[in-house]
Ligand binder design. Sequence first.
Ligand code: 6PG
Length: 252
Amino acid sequence: VSPSTPSRITRTVVGLDAFAQVAARQLLVAAAEAVRERGRFRVALAGGSTPRRVHAALLTDERTPASNVEAWDVWFGDERCVPADDVESNYRMADETLFSKLAPPPCVHRVPTELGAPAEIASAYEAELVREFRLRPGEWPIFDLVLLGMGPDGHTASLFPGDPVLGETRRLVVAVRGAKPPPDRVTFTLPVLCAARHVLFLVAGADKAAALRDVLAPGGASRLPAARVRPTPGEVTWLVDDSASRLLPGAE
Ligand code: 6PG
């Protein structure tokens, strides 16, 4: 992760109603390109609540049925260390809002939270990444698309401000005690997020406006976790709704 290398950053500001449709469309474009070029679409989903509406938009997008969903490998950028049927589970949210409604379903790589200890869960998920991406030591998995959210404090996935794991340069998945409940989580590390071909941040809501202004400030000085996701040579798109963008320069 070389902070000096500017990622190709695209910023799209849309109204909340268009937000989900635009996000779904971008995912489907990435999926079509990946399946065409490599036969599989390797995507990591974001947790939290914002993706719900994007999953719903995917189900109503007329392109989805022709998108070879059975060629999608779906991973999670982070997961809470709770049972898969727990209301706080990112897997449960994605299953309820997306996987269970797709026929044929995608190939879902669920985080094995049943293993109990967060460190166990993290190393098991990392081992699955190594196996599925056929990684040699020092190699990073290259996702076609990583969806990410951002918290009001500038966290992304489960990488929280000030957490030493932000400096991780070797492991792919780590266990953290996050500031956002539930605290026990596992998360992709920054090098994994930065190895992606395309990162799509989905940021909606006025409570994100201050962090967004910091993260997108010119010159890239921000040290917030979301600001440090600078895919190289990949690109990052910030899809923000008008209330999250209200403090950005030039916002009316
Ligand atoms: C999580 C997410 C987290 C989320 C942000 C935004 O597991 O909670 O990975 O990083 O994306 O906190 O959450 P909302 O979309 O709910 O605002």
